[in-house]
Design a protein around this ligand. Sequence first.
Ligand code: ZN
Length: 160
Amino acid sequence: MAVRELGFARKPVSDRPVLSSAVCDRCGAGKDLPLGRCGACGCVPEGVERELAMLCSSHFLDENERKQLAERIRRGEPLQPGASARAAARALLQPGEAEWVLKPRELILLTLANLLLTPLLGYAIWFRARGGPAGRQALAVTLPCSLLLAVGILAWRMLG
Ligand SMILES: [Zn+2]
């Protein structure tokens, strides 16, 4: 039975690797998580930097290679991974980054909320998920709702 199946929330201390499992691609310091904040320079990998961060970790490099990499980064050598290496890192990152897609039920709820409460809700979701499918979905539902509300308010004003 794996230790983690026993319900321990944390890894036992002895399980920690002697050398940190990742190398900061900015300063060459070791860190425990490739995507975590570097304790030495404080940088947190974002966007495409995450690919580079994964490539500098135990996912791709063994202990020796990480040592060499750390030395080269400290010497100031630029990292220039090829397209295939980057693609491999991207594939590794994808499962943890499931794209946010709104389900049909959520879209109906959002439409109702937009009409009954405020379309700001839809715009908030669009803003949170801009660039992703959920953002496009939210906008596609919210824009017509706003228009409908605007026309409704205008008509109500003119009639009243
Ligand atoms: Zn660093």
